[in-house]
Design a protein around this ligand. Structure first.
Ligand code: SAM
Ligand code: SF4
Length: 335
């Protein structure tokens, strides 16, 4: 931990303390992953997204209310112009304990060193398959070799932890779960498997048919590895196991099969400045208008953040067989 903790002032109606914020700094991306976006996407015009200065001011307000951990995400965060300058500034916030990032890895081979300099301590890198053709199919535009090179560079650069995020879809990549864990083992990094969430409408597949549960992945993995359940000390939605005799952790994020809302400690800021109180609900407040009508009035903003806790929903309900009720895609949500 880099700094003494600030008093935690963001507490919701259910007694949950929010000390973790995910900030989506762009809704744009160089990939078009099937489960995240539809093939044709309309992105926000520039004037509708928060400026880097506005994002920084909000990050600062959050830390002054006891938020110790910030994750930078997107869209693909590393394709936003001057993203590294913003990361450097947020990484220098005196009350921040941890700056982390989620990325698709496409820009990592040229940016890993600067991320480390900016005090980014942990990276989540998305990788759903080790097959180049399947990678192209799943991401529509991505190049597996570029991402693998990025992952290797990040490992060499030396972060506190690197974790692969893999969304598993039946009949697309479910037969690769063992290979993906083997890849994590060989690379000395961690991996989490994520059940696909019904956010936004997509045209590539039926989400209910593609559902592949965490429990089934665990069964598949246990044929090859000995996995020991471990108690994680950090709050969060993952169940963790360790591959016996190694340092590699295998996590499961199971929004359908294991609801994790009771321990929710986070909120999300979208690129257009909406503070989302829950991943699976639309409860939100408009921070962009607040910032633009009360420029630099941090007391006003901080009070809004405190008040927003009153509308944080108790839990999400996802139903894969229904039309999505949440129309925003994951690139907007900031996963
Ligand atoms: N572009 C970066 C990346 O892919 O890592 C960061 C943003 S992306 C929206 C964050 C994470 O959300 C990725 O790990 C991605 O696999 C995951 N994701 C996207 N759409 C999802 C969905 N419908 N269900 C579950 N996870 C999803
Ligand atoms: Fe882009 Fe990440 Fe969404 Fe894939 S999951 S389309 S890399 S934002």
């Amino acid at each position: 931990m880099r700094h003494p903790k600030q008093a935690k002032q963001l507490v919701d109606r259910f007694g949950r303390t929010v000390d973790y914020v995910r900030i989506s700094i762009t809704d744009r991306c160089d990939f078009r992953c099937l489960y995240c976006m539809s093939e044709e996407m309309t992105f926000l015009p520039r004037e509708q997204i928060l400026s880097l200065e506005e994002i920084y001011l909000l990050a600062k307000c959050f830390t002054e209310l006891g938020v110790g951990k910030i994750r930078i995400t997107g869209g693909e965060p590393l394709i936003r112009r001057n993203a590294l300058d913003l990361l450097q500034k947020i990484g220098d916030l005196p009350l921040l304990e941890e700056l982390v990032m989620t990325t698709n890895g496409s820009q990592l081979s040229s940016t890993a060193e600067q991320l480390k300099q900016a005090h980014v301590s942990r990276l989540n890198i998305s990788l759903d398959t080790l097959d180049a053709k399947k990678f192209k199919d799943l991401t529509r535009t991505g190049d597996l070799d570029v991402v693998l090179k990025g992952i290797r560079t990040a490992i060499k650069t030396g972060f506190k932890s690197i974790k692969i995020n893999a969304v598993i879809l039946k009949n697309r990549n479910h037969n690769e779960v063992v290979d993906l864990v083997q890849f994590a083992l060989d690379s000395g990094i961690d991996i989490s498997f994520i059940e696909e969430m019904p956010l936004g409408s997509i045209d590539s597949h039926n989400r209910a048919e593609a559902y592949y549960s965490s429990d089934q992945i665990l069964i598949d993995l246990q044929e090859k590895f000995t996995l020991e359940k471990i108690a994680e000390t950090t709050a969060g939605p993952s169940d963790y196991y360790r591959v016996q005799g190694t340092t590699t952790k295998v996590g499961f994020i199971s929004p359908h099969s294991h609801n994790f809302c009771s321990s929710c400690n986070r909120v999300r800021l979208t690129a257009e400045g909406r503070l989302l109180l829950c991943l699976g609900n639309d409860h939100s407040i408009d921070l962009k208008t607040a910032l633009r009508t009360h420029p630099n009035d941090t007391d006003y903003i901080k009070q809004l953040l405190i008040d927003s806790m009153d509308i944080k929903p108790e839990k999400h309900e996802f139903d894969l067989n229904e039309q999505p009720i949440i129309m925003r895609h994951m690139n907007t949500t900031g996963g």
